[in-house]
Design a protein around this ligand. Structure first.
Ligand SMILES: Nc1ncnc2c1ncn2[C@@H]1O[C@H](COP(=O)(O)OP(=O)(O)OP(=O)(O)O)[C@@H](O)[C@H]1O
Length: 275
């Protein structure tokens, strides 16, 4: 979608095949800096596969995924296949974080411990300093704790800091997952069905929190979501996938009235496209 803002993420010609299954076929879209962009489509359309490629869980069969960083442009496939030291940790370090469709917290750890573990890449950088319990290492630890409490506060979870993650109500676990992603300091956060399983008031609170992540904390948001009320309410850019291909790309008004989108949704039992 064209806009005055520069693209933070550019997906070009993304194709992902699993043997004979083509999960994504020549997918092209951009995520503008500072936007809330939604990836929608019926079940099995290929949304999670796009996420898995963008976040470096999969190496795309074909295509390029470019991210702008302060140090210049990086390409996700190149980070994954870089000789010797390549890997998905480089994608996280470049500034892409994610949550999962099925919550993946450490349920036997407290909320704050989950957020400290998420920062291990930052905190463990100077392992030798840690071994000798140096002032630098302690400062990094203090910074990690401060960052954890900052995101607990932003996500309205301060009262839950020392509770076991697995004991929290479902909606709070979903918010803790977002806090965990934010602790890694991303420029792009990818939320995979953040409203799944939430009741209407929890969904409303989540919408407000996602708006604040973008508005007050400067992060760009890419989300997959089936709740059309949430999608149409908070996204300015929507990319629609069907059978692995982009069938529409534009603002909410354009998407709502797109015949291709209406036909794709009418052919399924998924939520109606109009909230
Ligand atoms: N690891 C895999 N191996 C084989 N096929 C896969 C794999 N991952 C996804 N697929 C297939 O790719 C297609 C797209 O799946 P994907 O999970 O990306 O869709 P989705 O749009 O996220 O669906 P949903 O809304 O149900 O989560 C499906 O046909 C799926 O079965």
């Amino acid at each position: 979608m064209s806009s005055s803002r520069p693209a933070l993420l550019t997906v070009e010609g993304l194709t992902m095949r699993f043997g004979g299954i083509v999960a994504n076929n020549d997918v092209n879209f951009t995520v503008d800096q500072g936007s809330i962009t939604a990836l929608i489509g019926p079940n099995g359309a290929g949304k999670t596969t796009v996420f898995n490629c963008v976040t470096g869980f999969y190496k795309a069969t074909e295509g390029r995924i470019r991210l702008q960083t302060e140090a210049g442009e990086v390409e996700v496939g190149e980070l994954l296949t870089r000789p010797v030291l390549g890997g998905s940790y480089l994608v996280a370090r470049a500034g892409i974080a994610r949550t999962f469709q099925n919550i993946r917290l450490f349920k036997e750890m407290t909320a704050v411990e989950n957020l400290l573990v998420a920062q291990h890449q930052r905190l463990n950088r100077n392992l030798l300093a840690g071994t000798f319990d140096s002032a630098g290492f302690r400062a990094a630890e203090d910074e990690g704790i401060e960052r954890a409490f900052h995101w607990l506060r932003v996500m309205n979870l301060l009262d839950d800091a020392n509770k076991l993650a697995g004991s929290l109500p479902y909606g709070r676990q979903r918010r803790l997952e977002i806090a965990r992603a934010m602790c890694t300091g991303p420029r792009l956060v990818c939320l995979d069905e953040p409203a799944a399983g939430l009741n209407p008031s929890e969904t409303e609170e989540l919408s407000e929190l996602i708006r604040r992540l973008r508005g007050e904390h400067g992060v760009t948001v890419l989300l997959i979501e089936h709740d059309m009320g949430l999608v149409m309410g908070i996204s300015e850019h929507i990319v629609v996938l069907d059978h692995g291909e982009v069938i529409a790309d534009g603002g909410p008004a354009h998407i709502r009235s797109s015949p291709a989108v209406i036909a794709a949704y009418l052919g399924t039992e998924t939520t109606e496209v109009t909230p």
